[in-house]
Design a protein around this ligand. Sequence first.
Ligand code: G3H
Ligand code: 13P
Ligand code: ZN
Length: 309
Amino acid sequence: MSLVTTTEMFKKAYEGGYAIGAFNVNNMEIIQGITEAAKEEKAPLILQVSAGARKYANHTYLVKLVEAAIQETGLPIALHLDHGDTFELCKSCIDGGFSSVMIDGSHHSFEENIKLTKQVVDYAHDKGVTVEGELGRLAGIEDAVNVSDKDAAFTDPDEVEEFVKRTGVDSLAIAIGTSHGAFKFKGEAKLRFDILEEVQKRLPGFPIVLHGASSVMPEYVEIINKFGGSMPGAKGVPEDMLRQAAKMAVCKINIDSDLRLAMTATIRKYFAENPSHFDPRQYLGPARTAIKEVVKHKLVNVLGCNGKA
Ligand code: G3H
Ligand code: 13P
Ligand code: ZN
């Protein structure tokens, strides 16, 4: 099997009331942990690469690692560019074998966002690649971009039909209160399900994407804090809210921070308990296992996509 686009997986997910997990990757252990979990749970997968991750790990290495994962698992896997910010970056990923890209024009005006997104869609569709667009602006930190709470903006449901129609995107990321990183809510966690419902009404059958959807699993934050770390106030999206969204129009749920936390917690604990060890396999092995456990939990208990491959 080769890479698949998101078309088929989103159609089934929408109809089946579940979501596909889109997990960020940047090295071999992360890819192995995620794909071993998906193989055991027979789940379709989206592996996504940010501009920063692509720079860190190298485009060719990442494509080859994902191809190896497909060979090992036989699963339908899409390789997706996360938060592409220019036409050139999207084109480079499309030309280099990705099966899906995101063009994130959410920092531009509505008209500029449409223009940029349509340019990417025209190029991508010509090559059989699917495209995710974004309307509304999430708060939080991603790579070098730090969107403060005051610059964040919920998606306006009045804009979604026109955006989808004029751009031709295959899926749409919306802002309903989630945010990137490990500090998502200062007080009570709240998502604007009313906006999601309204968007779903305007775009019946159309796949919606949720970014910033890590739960910031307290068990890993606790380990980090116990073994020399400091993450006071870390807080994520409650998993029952994500399950509810997955039953609605949300077909893709982005998770990165939870994997980072699991990996970091495991390595911190390992060194606290084994201060004289220095073979990377000794700490990267358990970190990979922790990622696998987190992903299995998400596939089964949050996304509901187990058994759907
Ligand atoms: O949405 C952003 C992802 O968490 C990727 O983060 O740009 O630091 O690789 P990154
Ligand atoms: P988290 O930081 O919540 O894991 O979000 C990841 C994401 O949206 C990647 O695009
Ligand atoms: Zn994101």
